[in-house]
Design a protein around this ligand. Structure first.
Ligand SMILES: C[S@@+](CC[C@H](N)C(=O)[O-])C[C@H]1O[C@@H](n2cnc3c(N)ncnc32)[C@H](O)[C@@H]1O
Length: 284
């Protein structure tokens, strides 16, 4: 097949398969550039030529996987967050733009404290600690993640971004608090799993390809917030900050958990869609 025929094939296949028709031209361009290695502006000159058979098969397989609902980022193996590119793949949550609200909240809480000690609980690909390390190269940052596949991506991304001040820690958020002294952190941040277990089967196909362990927040969606509030907030120094990404209907419940555990000045921040997205508070 020529490049032009492959282009037409991919457009048709994805138009038939994807709900979001507006994203089809963009996705086809990404697949052509990532799988066939052809940049957008080189394409017109190559239309009538053909790739070798291996590249053609890899491209067709990528289009078929995408049509079957595999997220584009798992096929291309990358996602951009706040200007940096991260390796992603099956086994790790694909970074979402909304998490920028949590990262910006951390930055404004840290302000000019240029060597803070902080921990990111449930780090996944590492977007939160790696972005913070970029702005705070002298910070002492721990990135905690339990699951093997996600932890591999975390390590890979830390190395790729030369974030030498981010220490990856493979551990369970429900027990690892024991390893840290009370009052040792200036900031605790987390974007934990927060979807109610009974909602998981209603999520769109692409999200269902992501690891359940990254999404499932237990019966009421609050299991991880309860653990963070009850087990980790003693590790925050007086005057220190907690920043939690939340689901759009969780602000009240999570605020209550924080209040019950010595957190004051609680503020809810919205995302671009005007939905509650982040809670920030200060340790008494
Ligand atoms: C919602 S994802 C967030 C990932 C990343 N922080 C981000 O914002 O893209 C939650 C992460 O928590 C991890 N996780 C789930 N259970 C955990 C546990 N018990 N201890 C530590 N990490 C856990 C998952 O593997 C997943 O990477």
């Amino acid at each position: 097949m020529t490049y032009q025929e492959l282009y037409i094939y991919a457009n048709q296949k994805l138009k038939e398969a994807l709900c979001d028709q507006d994203s089809v031209p963009y996705e086809v361009r990404c697949l052509i550039s990532d799988i066939l290695g052809i940049r957008h502006y080189d394409f017109p000159a190559l239309r009538t030529q053909s790739p070798d058979k291996d590249d053609e098969s890899r491209f067709i397989m990528a289009v078929e996987r995408r049509a079957a609902g595999v997220p584009l980022q798992y096929i291309t193996g990358r996602q951009i967050f706040m200007g940096r590119e991260y390796d992603v793949g099956e086994g790790v949550l694909i970074p979402r733009d909304d998490t920028e609200v949590a990262v910006r909240a951390c930055m404004s809480a840290l302000g000019k404290n240029d060597c803070p000690k902080l921990i990111d609980l449930c780090s996944g690909s590492g977007i939160i600690p790696i972005t913070l390390a970029g702005d705070y190269p002298r910070a002492d940052i721990t990135a905690l993640e339990l699951y093997d596949e996600a932890f591999c991506f975390l390590q890979k991304n830390i190395a790729a971004h030369h974030a030498a001040n981010v220490k990856p820690l493979q551990a369970d958020v429900f027990s690892a608090y024991n390893r840290f002294e009370d009052g040792c952190f200036d900031l605790i941040v987390s974007n934990p799993p927060y979807i109610r277990s009974d909602e998981l089967s209603n999520l769109q196909t692409e999200v269902q390809c992501e690891p359940r362990s990254a999404l499932d927040g237990g019966d009421d969606g609050l299991t991880f917030y309860r653990a963070i509030a009850e087990l980790w907030l003693d590790k925050l120094r007086s005057g220190g900050t907690v920043v939690l990404e939340i689901g759009e209907e969780q602000a009240q419940a999570v605020s209550r958990l924080l209040m019950m555990n010595n957190i004051v000045n609680i503020t809810v921040l919205k995302d671009i869609q005007d939905l509650d997205r982040v809670i920030i508070g200060t340790k008494k």
